[in-house]
Structures are given as structure tokens and as C-alpha cells.
Design a protein around this ligand. Structure first.
Ligand SMILES: *Cc1c(COP(=O)(O)O)cnc(C)c1O
Length: 356
């Protein structure tokens, strides 16, 4: 089987794959209700959140469904959002606002650039009620400084919406301290489940305060939360994805939670970076600002992305291209999922053979 070094979906562990074989379930039966409740509790447990104050809301869809649900369910008609962009996913948040006619301003940076807190403060005009930002910008591997952004939002009583799709489960997310209103995430990145389930972890007050917004039928978090609290779900959910997520959350817990996952990713990336730097492949961004989840490297002289990708695929490894203008300049490696030390060794040998 190929080893996936793309930022999700990930290689499954044996125990998560086995969970896919559990019995078929009707989503209106008590067994489904129990499965869903189990997942909801475990999702809150990842960051020790109290279920009286917080709720996880489960959706069938990819990470973008969770981003979109969060944006269109939580910003009232008379609200206005400032969207911070420094990569593809920040720009996607703006696109969502545009499509749904949500009043917004963008604070735009080039991909990979740092978010300037002074500029953020200047951009927060009195009409801004919400700020949205990507935690780990998967475009470049930059981990945005949410603590600093959150401080500004808190001081102005502004609600903070976070795209944590590629950080939830492996990076620190201080829901309380950062006063997060909601965070969108997915099953198939740092949590090691399968694609098909995504979720929004939200402060229950944020849902109440948003009131009754009518922008969507399918992605309305209010509807989901109301039914989930009674053990139900408004629509057919991806039962098998839920089985996998439930098992993946147990595995996540058994292995030591987000802190351990962060440590594992860091150790893996450290060995990859060391080996690639040794053969002249440079990092796009400095160490200090990089996530533990993904690292972007500059393409080595004389080898384009397709050639590198295809050679590595012959060895059984799938790397990930840069997007937009980065397509010809970088490649990306993520080390989530069930990857063994022997896999890593083989990967580094493959790089040495191909590049030297
Ligand atoms: C992967 C990702 C998404 C969602 O992508 P999907 O393909 O819809 O799962 C959103 N935001 C970030 C930061 C991501 O890395």
C-alpha cells in the first residue's frame, strides 16, 4: 500500500480500518445515537471541554463543509466578519462569505506571510462582529499565531471563528483562553479517521447568540445541535465514517492525546527535514513558524514537481504539490497517519536515490 504524505486523507491504522466492518446501522436507531454521543464526548475530551458550555456538531462532508457550516450558521444577518487571509484556506473563507452574501472585509497577506497584529487592529472597524482565521495554513505549513489574534478579538468583544481543519488533534488549541466561538475540523487529518465526517466545535452561547439564520438547509448548525442534543440527527449521516472516527478518537486518547500526536509528528518531520536539508532541499519557511503537521520544501534544482512526484510514487510514496504559483516552486510533506519508522527510512532512501 502507498504511504500518503499528503495533508489528509491519511493511512489508517489496523484498528481504525477494522472499525469499518462493524454492523450496518439505521441512523434513527438507538445504536446510532450511542455512537454519535460517544464521538461527541470524545471530541470535546480532546481539548478537555465542558459539555455544558461547548458542543461538537457532527456533519457528513469534508472539512470544507464544516468551514461553510460554521460561517453561514454563526454570523447573524446584521453581523460583519473580518477574514484573515495568508493562504488558500483563508481565501476560501472569504469565498464562502461572498457566495452567501455575508458582509465581510478581507485582511489579505501573500501566501505564507505573517499576520501583522497592528494591521489587524486597524482593520477592526466598529462594525466588525466576527473574525475568521485559519490556524494551520496548509498552503505553506505556517501555523498562525492565534493567541495574539485572539487577544485583540477578546479586547474588542469580537467572536473568533477558527479553521482548525489541519490542526485539531495535534496542535494546541486553547478554546477557553482564546475565547473561541467555533472551530471547524475534520476526521481524516490529525485525528486519523476516514474522509466523510467533519465537525464544528462551538461555544453553545455562540450558537444561541447567532439566532435564527436562514442561509442553508443542509449545513445549519442550529438544526444539528437541537437534534443532536436529543440523540438524533437531521439527515442520514455517514455511519461508517463515524465508526472510524469513534475508534480513531480512542486510539488518539490511548496514544496520549494531542500532545503526544504533536510530539510524534515533530519527531518524524525532524528526521525528514534533516535528511532533505543534507541533500540540498531547503525548507520554504523557518522552523519557528511551522506547524508540526506539514512542511513545505523548495523543489531541488533540475527536477520539477511531476518528475519528483512520479519517481517517489514508484517507491510507494505520495507527496503533495504546491497550489497556485507555488506549484512550480515547492512540494509538501505531511506525516500524519499510520506511518512506521521503516516507512520513513525507505522514504529518505528514496529521496537520496532520486535527488543525488
Ligand atoms: C484540508 C483543509 C480544509 C478542508 O479541505 P477538504 O478537502 O474539504 O477536507 C480546510 N482548511 C484547511 C486548513 C485544510 O488543511
Amino acid at each position: 500500500m502507498e504511504i500518503l504524505l499528503n495533508p489528509g486523507p491519511v493511512n489508517l491504522s489496523k484498528r481504525v480500518r477494522r472499525a469499518l466492518l462493524k454492523p450496518d446501522l439505521c441512523h434513527r436507531e438507538i445504536e446510532f445515537s450511542e455512537l454519535q454521543n460517544s464521538i461527541l464526548g470524545k471530541l470535546l475530551d480532546v481539548y478537555n471541554l465542558d459539555s455544558n458550555q461547548w458542543a461538537a456538531i457532527l456533519l457528513t462532508g469534508s472539512g470544507t463543509a464544516a468551514m461553510e457550516a460554521m460561517m453561514i450558521s454563526l454570523i447573524p444577518d446584521n453581523g460583519k466578519i473580518l477574514i484573515i487571509e495568508n493562504g488558500v484556506y483563508g481565501e476560501r473563507l472569504s469565498r464562502i462569505a461572498e457566495i452567501h452574501d455575508i458582509s465581510y472585509n478581507s485582511l489579505h497577506y501573500e501566501w505564507g506571510e505573517e499576520v501583522d497584529i497592528g494591521k489587524l487592529q486597524q482593520s477592526l472597524t466598529d462594525d466588525i462582529t466576527h473574525v475568521a482565521v485559519v490556524h494551520h495554513e496548509t498552503t505553506t505549513g505556517r501555523l498562525n499565531d492565534i493567541a495574539a489574534i485572539a487577544d485583540v478579538c477578546k479586547s474588542r468583544n469580537i467572536s473568533l471563528l477558527l479553521d482548525g481543519v489541519s490542526s485539531f488533534g495535534a496542535e494546541e488549541i486553547c478554546f477557553q483562553e482564546w475565547n473561541i466561538a467555533a472551530c471547524a475540523a475534520t476526521a481524516n487529518k490529525c485525528l486519523h479517521g476516514i474522509p466523510g465526517a467533519s465537525f464544528v466545535v462551538t461555544n453553545r452561547n455562540a450558537v444561541k447568540q447567532a439566532g435564527n439564520i436562514q442561509r442553508t438547509l443542509y449545513l445549519d448548525l442550529h438544526t444539528y445541535l437541537r437534534q443532536q442534543d436529543k440523540g438524533g440527527t437531521p439527515f442520514t449521516q455517514s455511519v461508517q465514517s463515524f465508526y472510524a472516527l469513534d475508534e480513531a478518537l480512542d486510539e488518539h486518547h490511548d496514544e496520549g492525546g494531542w500532545r503526544n500526536r504533536q510530539a510524534v509528528y515533530r519527531t518524524r518531520m525532524e528526521s525528514v527535514k534533516t535528511a532533505l536539508h543534507e541533500i540540498g532541499i531547503e525548507s520554504l519557511l523557518p522552523e519557528k513558524i511551522s506547524s508540526c503537521v506539514l512542511h513545505a520544501f523548495r523543489l531541488p534544482e533540475g527536477i520539477d514537481y511531476t518528475a519528483l512526484h512520479d519517481r517517489l510514487k514508484e517507491y510507494g510514496f505520495i507527496i503533495y504539490a504546491g497550489q497556485g504559483e507555488f506549484a512550480t516552486r515547492i512540494f509538501r510533506i505531511s506525516l500524519m497517519g499510520a506511518i512506521g519508522d521503516d516507512d520513513l527510512k525507505r522514504l529518505l532512501d528514496a529521496f537520496r536515490q532520486i535527488v543525488q
